[in-house]
Design a protein around this ligand. Sequence first.
Ligand SMILES: CCCCCCCCCC/C=C\CCC/C=C/C(=O)SCCNC(=O)CCNC(=O)[C@H](O)C(C)(C)COP(=O)(O)OP(=O)(O)OC[C@H]1O[C@@H](n2cnc3c(N)ncnc32)[C@H](O)[C@@H]1OP(=O)(O)O
Ligand code: FAD
Length: 670
Amino acid sequence: MERIMDHLAHERSKAQFSVEEMKIIWAGSLHAFQVSDRIARLVASDPGFRKDNRAVLSRKELFKSALRKAAYVWKRINELALSEEEASWLRFYVDELAYAYIHWGMFVPAIKGSATEEQQQKWLPLANNMQIIGTYAQTELGHGSNVRGLETTATFDQETDEFIIHSPTLTSSKWWPGGLGKVATHAVVYARLITDGQDYGVHGFLVQIRSLDDHFPLPGVTVGDIGMKFGSGAFNSIDNGFLRFNHVRIPRNQMLMKVSRVTRQGKYVESNVPKQLLYGAMVYVRQIIVADASIALSRAVCIATRYSAVRRQFGPPHEDENGKGVETQVIDYKTQQSRLFPLLASAYAFRFVGEWLKWLYTDLIQKLEANDFSTLPEAHACTAGLKSLTTSAAADGIKECWKLCGGHGYLSSSGLPELYAAFVPACTYEGDNIVLLLQVSRFLMKTISQLQTGKKPIGTTAYMAHVEHLIQCRCTVQKAEDWLNPSVILEAFEARAIRLSVACAENLTKFATPLQGFSELSPDLVEAAVAHCQLIVVSKFIEKLQQNIEGNGVKQQLETLCNIYCLNLIHKHLGDFLSTGSISPKQASLASDQLRSRYSKLRSNVIALVDAFNYTDHFLGSVLGRYDGNVYPKLYEEAWKDPLNDSIVPDGYHEYIQPLLKQQLQNARL
Ligand SMILES: CCCCCCCCCC/C=C\CCC/C=C/C(=O)SCCNC(=O)CCNC(=O)[C@H](O)C(C)(C)COP(=O)(O)OP(=O)(O)OC[C@H]1O[C@@H](n2cnc3c(N)ncnc32)[C@H](O)[C@@H]1OP(=O)(O)O
Ligand SMILES: Cc1cc2nc3c(=O)[nH]c(=O)nc-3n(C[C@H](O)[C@H](O)[C@H](O)COP(=O)(O)OP(=O)(O)OC[C@H]3O[C@@H](n4cnc5c(N)ncnc54)[C@H](O)[C@@H]3O)c2cc1C
């Protein structure tokens, strides 16, 4: 036991940089670090937030436990008079998915984004004080990605000055909204607005669905839970629900009227803001999900890295600090490094691009407030594309981390199966990842067609202004070290991205209609979108390194991580880089040489680099990822806690095992 604890301490002593300074870089600022650190400790030390083994709880126990914790969170927020920032850290570290995520993450933002000032004044205090609990009811049984295809209707009745909300078919039943099944009292419902016999498309409506007295559904409302989801703990603590309306009446002023409104006379009036603002809550959450992807991936990487330093298999006998013969740490196998270190680098890369995206979103909101809608298409493309890119990579990465831990990774007590099950739906919710990439490609094709009209591309597409150069430039790498030059990397990624996009744009012209072309070429368009999004991540990582980064050795570590992130992408997408002529086969081989050398450079720092995430053992929830590396005794201890070990002889022995054994013994004796 002592030996293993010393082992991680030895790993930590090898770090060539200041972990404390890196913690601040990871958190984003000294202030963010201090607040999150304080709240993380508060949560970890409060028995009310203890994490029981969720995998062994029944659905009802799990759900009730999530309700208890959500109520306790709210109590502590009020008792401690926490600020909004502190309160969100508290919810984050409690780490139990519950209705509150949708209430704060979607219901409240939907009201903020789509309701008029007057409506906000009425509804926000109720929501902020949790006098009502809300959900976001957009998806239907028959329609998820295709929002324009939603069937629920909101028909204006001029006589009573009300909307009648109705589910005309089974497929129009709302299906999936979190917190809807058993908890929410209200919902922002997306429905087709019909007035004067005309269908004006999908709009948002605030609908009360349960009584605030006895919690029963209101007349005309049928509501329930959609059933168990993948993974034993994970999302099953949330009541994703179904909802059907039978001519439910709401006052006219419960239509969210910032984008358009219906007058007392039933006239549909558009405002001067783009209709896409109705989708504002999705832009908001997609941006948060990118940050969430870096968190989820970094948790998995932290577990796999610490365990890989503890775990020993094969190898020539080494001597430990006490001169005792030991096997090789699995982290020293080059295959382990080539699978693990790019994930560590991705966690940092996603953190920085998430930080930038938060800035982009804040900037968007400021512009929208000043009636400047110019950056909305770019913000939509960036949030959609980066949500897709980072969640797909993080979900794959978490799965890889579990395999990197061998058999023990498959145990619930490793924390990895639940982490995976809880995160993988992020590839689907808030927009299926492929559908979102197709949105990005549409934006790219539009940008390319506008180049011909002389319109200057801005923001993340600014590189497209150099199309003529990027289409024909040659990569200048001659030796492996040349790959450490950020401008060389950037140009290779820009050349690959633009060449894929231009090829798509040219191919699209060969089809009878753009629609037909988009449909036929959609796999190529998705690849072009991925290349563009990877370029954004690469360029934001490089930009981060150009900032003033303090702390002994911190910048050097980030440079190595950035190199690994970029070179590994080249390695993984070699087909693209070679087929577009962005690099040559010889340069590809030099990139691989450089990548190997970066792994060696990073090796002695990896434990400190995952320590910089500053995750408490409570938050990690993993025996394999414990800070002290005391893995084996704790695995043994956890095994004893399994309900099957409550009794020596299992329940069922007398009915099923004993008679069978007896019968077989008798048969043998005959
Ligand atoms: C405690 C705090 C908690 C904080 C939260 C933390 C989150 C982390 C974990 C949370 C855990 C659980 C939460 C899960 C919650 C899940 C919720 C949901 O899933 S809600 C439902 C989400 N649904 C979707 O995302 C549907 C996807 N589909 C779409 O978005 C659209 O229909 C789309 C984009 C496919 C549209 O296609 P279509 O071609 O029909 O376009 P339109 O005609 O509608 O659009 C025309 C025009 O508008 C542009 N556009 C589209 N969307 C947007 C947008 N959002 N913003 C701006 N602009 C948009 C589109 O590109 C077109 O542009 P054009 O110039 O004409 O090409
Ligand atoms: C855990 C979880 C929580 C959720 N929470 C909420 C919530 O709170 N509120 C809410 O309203 N919704 C919620 N959803 C629903 C979610 O938003 C939808 O599942 C999502 O938008 C995808 O839609 P879909 O399920 O209909 O998939 P579909 O659109 O049916 O996709 C199925 C397949 O078809 C492909 N596909 C679809 N369209 C195209 C296309 N145009 N081109 C190419 N391929 C295409 C997709 O790539 C996918 O492979 C949640 C979902 C999950 C899993």
